[in-house]
Design a protein around this ligand. Sequence first.
Ligand code: MG
Ligand code: ZN
Length: 175
Amino acid sequence: MTNKTTKAIFLDRDGTIIWDKNYLASPSDIEYYPDTLSALRLMIQKGYKLYIITNQSGVGRGYFTLKTVEEIHRLIDQDLVSQGLPAFSGWGICPHAPDENCSCRKPSPQLILEFMKKDKIDPKKSWMVGDKLIDAECGIKASIQGALVRENSLSQTKEYPFFKTLLEFAQSLAE
Ligand SMILES: [Mg+2]
Ligand SMILES: [Zn+2]
């Protein structure tokens, strides 16, 4: 391991690491996929820093507060640490409703670009992965690679690599 450039995986949250509960507003509704922890562990073992990039328009729509979102994220980080993994290196949240026309909502690459600049991440070795086309598109717009995961009919396209599970994606990654 002489190559010191920092590589990263930017992950979508809902429908990718936890079940999409359609405006998740309560920590008790956090539910991981069976392969999530082993997938994240493998990514860490392969030397990637992990970030979450998530659209939380429920805040802008008034369904829940940013404070609630941050509490949910604190609990997810705590779950990782309790499993011997590092907490996520960053949480990129777009709290806006679509009609606010903000500059950070996926597929905008803005949140990824901010982390890449701050943490000096090598774009050629990095990925954005999620269950929707906007996730992969957001990666391409950030000049990194994009992939789709989970058996969601919305996600299957010839344009981007597709993996049935997050673990299969992690297994495909270079060391
Ligand atoms: Mg999603
Ligand atoms: Zn936004």
